[in-house]
Design a protein around this ligand. Structure first.
Ligand code: GLC
Length: 557
């Protein structure tokens, strides 16, 4: 069989195509100064850990100055580091340490909205209606005799209206501004040239500092058509609109065709660099429209969130994999695979819930599902199997911090410690996303399990101790050991972006082989199954009498 040492070397310009990218949620990764918040120096200190894990790149969720109204996705200043997390010098030091370890750096960029503390927004509030300062955001007069009703009845993603009324500088009730997310996240006006130019400046700013790529937050929301009359939310729903917009691009703010004009300009900036900077779109759009974001004239890659919405189920996995490989071929990009991120319930927990909950799992917790209902053992076993399957697929794999420890969601955080605007804006009826954002356990004992010298900003449960990285370092067969071995093998087994399905082992088994003879077989069923001839190089659980047991993946060459 051929390996990376042969003809199929990863070129400098296409490193991203099959990269294993590790997402760091900075506030919850490692705290160097004991203030309870993870920080940049904390990340730098863990570069040896990241190197030993064997990832190709780190994606850093927002680290910009922020009041943390939405975990940092409310940015005060796009070209700086949050003083709570460090300084620009700390950032440079971290980037150099990562690069010296052979790890690329992807920065999260949040173009749809700034925070309400951004200097532009403060200027807009202090300036009169119709001013240039207001035009950088989306201000409209209200409806009703005194403008007392919002310009439309749309809801924000986090609940409550998508418009907020301001008080004018003279103290009178004034215009309304649009915010698709929290009210602390006013939407920028992408029809304004100054906004566009400023983001080009930001892309160059970080690219010049050595950032290798960008993860583009809600990439499908930037352009809007708010011509009157605006459709009501009922009309939009009746026409079938969800968070992914309409398949013809005619939704007033999700996934409009004009958004790609912006990314064509971004691409020109990316291509000023050698190697070109990369980007991946967070765009919850119809599968048929994903290729536009992933085009080489646009961002170059787009997340597919299909696996993270699926059950642990062979036919769902097979359909999703086949569909996305076809889409990737259409766009010329490689596919992306994600099982967990900072917005969803960790997959070790999802898979320990009754099948069928798949995409509705967060909803289920919102409606009263509790920790007691989670079969953590089954969840972890399946998570290990799914991760191994994902890591054998052609395309890039995005891993979320803590999944390499098999970490479970903290589903029973006390209400008083929850921070997510989803929780806050729903008055506690939506549990929100804090459960996957609890700081990592590095050691089995000590203050905040080695996260930092003080208490962590979200409380860690006692059972975190058992998942500590340091404990798993010592254990053969630990989830950390499994990820390390899988990532190292994956690198050496680098091959063309294709797979061939091998049928015959029954509907509950997914078996595919990559062009170099690397087989991955997953048993989603309940009975052990035979394995193809060859050497088993890795399995997510122990084989039973040479057979592949339930909820297990094996790699064979
Ligand atoms: C994206 C982020 C999410 C954030 C939202 C608003 O979906 O992943 O965490 O709340 O955008 O910026």
């Amino acid at each position: 069989m051929s390996t990376a040492a042969d003809s199929n070397q990863v070129s400098a310009a296409t490193w991203w195509r099959q990269a294993a990218v590790y997402q760091i949620y900075p506030r919850s990764f490692s705290d160097s100064n004991g203030d309870g918040l993870g920080d940049i120096k904390g990340i730098t200190a863990k570069v040896p850990y990241l190197k030993s894990l064997g990832i190709d790149a780190v994606w850093l969720s927002p680290f910009y100055p922020s009041a943390l109204a939405d975990g940092g996705y409310d940015v005060d200043d796009y070209r700086n580091v949050d003083p709570k997390l460090g300084t620009l010098e700390d950032f440079d030091e971290m980037a150099s340490a990562l690069h010296a370890a052979g790890i690329k750096l992807i920065a999260d960029i949040v173009p749809n909205h700034s925070s309400d503390r951004h200097e532009w927004f403060r200027e807009a509030l202090a300036s009169p209606k119709g001013s240039a300062a207001r035009d950088r955001y989306i201000f409209r007069d209200g409806k009703g005799p005194n403008g007392e009703f919002p310009p439309s009845d749309w809801d924000s993603v986090f609940g409550g209206p998508a418009w907020e009324r301001i008080t004018e500088p003279d103290g009178t009730p004034g215009q309304w501004y649009m915010h698709i997310f929290a009210k602390e996240q006013p939407d920028l006006n992408w029809a304004n040239r100054e906004v566009r130019d400023d983001f080009l400046k930001t892309l160059r700013f970080w690219s010049d500092r050595g950032v290798d790529g960008f993860r583009v937050d809600v990439a499908h929301a930037l352009t809007k058509d708010l011509t009157e009359p605006m459709l009501s939310k009922v009309e939009l729903t009746l026409e079938g609109a969800g968070f992914d917009g309409f398949e013809d691009g005619s939704h007033p703010f999700w996934d409009r065709d004009e958004v790609h004009e912006i990314y064509a300009e971004w691409r020109e900036v990316f291509n000023e660099y050698d190697p070109p900077r990369t980007a991946v779109a967070e765009a919850w759009v119809h599968a048929s429209r994903r290729a536009r974001y992933a085009s080489s004239e646009g961002l170059g890659q787009a997340f597919n969130f299909d696996l993270l919405q699926a059950d642990f189920d062979a036919s769902q996995f097979r359909r999703i994999i086949a569909e996305n490989l076809t889409l990737a071929e259409e766009s010329g990009a490689s596919s992306t695979w994600v099982l967990s991120n900072h917005d969803v319930v960790r997959h070790a927990t999802r898979y320990g819930l009754p099948n069928g909950l798949g995409r509705h799992c967060l909803q289920w917790f919102r409606e009263g599902g509790t920790a007691k209902d989670v079969n953590t053992e089954l969840g972890l076993r399946r998570a290990r199997a799914a991760s191994l399957l994902m890591l054998a697929l052609p395309g890039s794999a995005y891993l979320y911090q803590g999944e390499e420890l098999g970490l479970q969601e903290v589903v029973d955080l006390p209400a008083a410690s929850r921070q997510d605007p989803w929780f806050v804006r729903s008055n506690g009826t939506d549990v929100g996303r804090d459960g996957c954002r609890v700081p990592l356990p590095w050691t089995s004992e000590g203050s905040s399990f080695g996260f930092g010298a003080g208490a962590s900003h979200l409380p860690q449960p006692e059972w975190f101790s058992a998942y500590a990285a340091a404990t798993q370092e010592e254990q053969t067969g630990s989830t950390l050991a499994l990820y390390r071995k899988a990532l190292r093998l994956r690198r050496n087994l680098h091959t063309e972006e294709q797979l061939k399905w091998v049928d015959g082992a029954g509907a509950a088994v997914l078996h595919f082989v990559r062009p170099n003879g690397w087989h991955s077989v997953t048993n989603f069923g309940t009975e052990p199954v035979g394995l193809p001839a060859g050497t088993v190089i890795l399995s997510s659980s122990a084989l039973v009498e040479g057979k592949l047991p339930a909820d297990t993946t094996a790699w064979i060459i």
